[in-house]
Design a protein around this ligand. Structure first.
Ligand code: NA7
Length: 539
């Protein structure tokens, strides 16, 4: 990296935090409260991260609102009233804005500023962070809070640039209103984003054509307004509920109850009744119907059969129903939570194009060609996901010690210690990085745990006058082996999910998140008790 690219280095805070989503905001708040001088850098024009960008019709969190919120401030969790069981994007964005105002966080941020790279300097043990505006910032610590799902992926379909209609990606939805009334619309992709957007676009558009490569399992959200009694009760018991969630594998769902039985301990009647009960409650709780659904293939097959029966009941055209039937492992790709998804395929203006066997061939100026047929449309919505977990980290040119580039270090897949630090990249931390529980949990719980661990570490460093910390290579290797060994005990590696990087052509296939929030937290605590085992500290 030439010195020219370092640009004009005018600021020298203790810490640079990249990102103003839930992770970045809390990191900034915590560090500022601990007396650190912090600069936040955010490519968007305002706070919100995921919820700033994902504004597509139907965008909603798939974790319940009373759980998907910060717990670090009792006042905050008592004063905020969620209106629905699953919050809409706009309500979550209002909440994030409220948090930014309440803790006066915006003043620490440079918005509309993309970090393009960062370089570690051994001489003074710190980072120079380069931005697209040409300005750079020097800091002791670099914290990357760039989100797990923040680099949208658009597939490389032949002749896409020739299409003359409107194109959108769910992950970078315009900040203006998008009108589909009277238009012929195509949606490509049937993951969580597609499953949420499809029912609403279908109602508005003249016609909707859904291009489906892989049918996904989706469970009804049974979204509803939250009553005052329910809000009051949760708030009165918040600390116990949060503590109970921290003991759950996914840091959520304690209220749903921990599954105590295996499928095999139930009679057929009990099994169907249990699946029915969970289906009727809706949401991720379906995966907790039994304790071995994500561990045992036969057990999972029962769940799959149950969902397929529900699809057959709802979708009137048997051929369409058949196309919508997933044949993979339930929960292996992230389970979708929907409102009226399968019902949408009974509408006269909705058609399904199954591109499972034959991929989309190409775009024309007026539409999409699949299986030799042109589908003429006015607008195309790509609900085609993200370069998950590593995309946004590797989009920056990060250079550590001995001119080592993060891109090279991760050539065969991400390597981290605890999903928090990387060997060869001292004084750099990732929040919810690959190798941490992140996307397999309630992100807010994981974010809080990471932010508190990192800020405690920085306080410790400051207290003992250490100024350089680096994850050890051996610790990193052992951690990667542990992440994979645990994943191999589950059914997660058994499909082409974005957890494995399998949705991005050419991306190394490796299971990125750590399964099991409680054991992860215990390990992080043990590392501290052992004097920051696995890290090398220097003055
Ligand atoms: P996902 O879950 O990665 O879904 C992307 C969808 O796009 C999925 O159905 C893909 O099919 C499909 N896709 C991708 N490329 C193509 C091509 N070339 N042709 C047809 N279909 C394609 O992303 P989402 O945005 O829905 O959700 C991401 C997460 O955000 C979600 O899990 C929540 O945590 C929030 P595939 O399955 O790869 O065959």
């Amino acid at each position: 990296m030439s010195d020219e690219r370092l640009g004009n280095t005018s600021e020298h805070p203790d810490v640079v935090v990249v990102g103003a989503g839930f992770a970045g905001l809390y990191m900034v708040h915590r560090l500022v409260s601990n007396g650190f001088d912090v600069v936040g850098i955010e490519r968007g024009s305002d706070v919100g991260g995921t919820w700033y960008w994902n504004r597509y019709p139907g965008a909603r969190c798939d974790v319940e609102s009373m759980e998907y919120s910060y717990s670090f401030s009792e006042e905050l969790q008592q004063e905020w009233d969620w209106s629905e069981r699953y919050s809409s994007q706009s309500e979550i964005l209002r909440y994030v804005n409220h948090v930014a105002d309440r803790f006066d966080l915006r003043r620490h941020y440079r918005f509309d500023t993309s970090v393009i790279g960062a370089r570690f300097d051994d001489r003074w043990n710190g980072w120079t962070v380069m931005t697209a505006t040409g300005k750079s910032v020097r800091c002791r610590y670099l914290v990357l809070a760039v989100g797990c799902l923040s680099t949208p992926h658009t597939p490389d379909v032949d002749r896409l640039s020739r299409f003359e209609g409107e194109t959108y990606h769910t992950g970078t939805w315009p900040h203006r209103s998008v009108e589909f009334a009277g238009k012929r619309v195509a949606v490509i992709g049937t993951g969580s984003s597609g499953v949420q957007a499809i029912p609403l676009i279908a109602v508005e558009a003249a016609s909707l054509t859904v291009f489906q490569r892989t049918p996904n399992y989706t469970v009804p959200a049974h979204n509803r307004r939250l009553g005052k009694d329910e809000l009051d009760w949760t708030k009165a018991n918040y600390s116990e509920l949060r503590a109970a969630n921290r003991r759950m594998q996914a840091a959520l769902g304690a209220g749903f109850g921990r599954p105590s039985k295996s499928v095999f301990e139930s009679t057929r009647h009990e099994r169907e009744a249990r699946f029915g009960e969970c289906w009727d409650k809706g949401g991720f709780g379906f995966l907790s119907a039994f304790n071995d659904l994500l561990l045992n293939q036969t057990s999972n097959d029962y769940a799959a059969r149950y969902i397929r029966t529900r699809i057959r009941e709802v979708v009137k055209d048997p051929e369409v129903a058949e196309s919508l039937m997933p044949d993979s492992v339930v929960g292996c790709k992230r389970l979708c939570i929907d409102t009226g998804y399968y019902e949408t395929f009974n509408r006269a203006n909705v058609s399904l194009v199954d591109v499972r066997k034959t991929p989309i061939e190409r775009f024309t100026t007026t539409g999409i060609v699949a299986e030799g047929l042109e589908h003429t449309v006015d607008a195309v919505v790509f609900a085609t996901g993200f370069d998950a977990m590593t995309g946004s980290l590797l989009a920056m040119d990060i250079v550590g010690t001995a001119r080592k580039r993060l891109r090279d270090h991760w050539e065969a897949g991400p390597r981290t210690y605890l999903g928090l630090a990387v060997s060869g990249f001292p004084n750099m931390f990732t929040i919810c990085g690959p190798g941490s529980p992140s996307v397999l949990t309630n992100m807010l719980m994981s974010i809080e745990q990471h932010v508190e661990w990192i800020s405690d570490f920085m306080k410790f460093m400051q207290h003992y006058s250490w100024n350089r910390v680096e994850a050890q290579c051996e610790a990193e290797t052992q951690w990667g082996a542990r992440v994979n060994a645990i994943a191999d005990l589950t059914l997660y590696p058994n499909c082409n999910s974005w957890y494995l990087g399998a949705n991005i052509p050419g991306k190394p296939r490796t299971f990125m998140p750590y399964f099991g929030f409680p054991s992860y937290c215990q390990e992080c605590e043990a590392v501290v008790e052992d004097g920051y085992r696995g890290f090398t500290l220097r003055r």
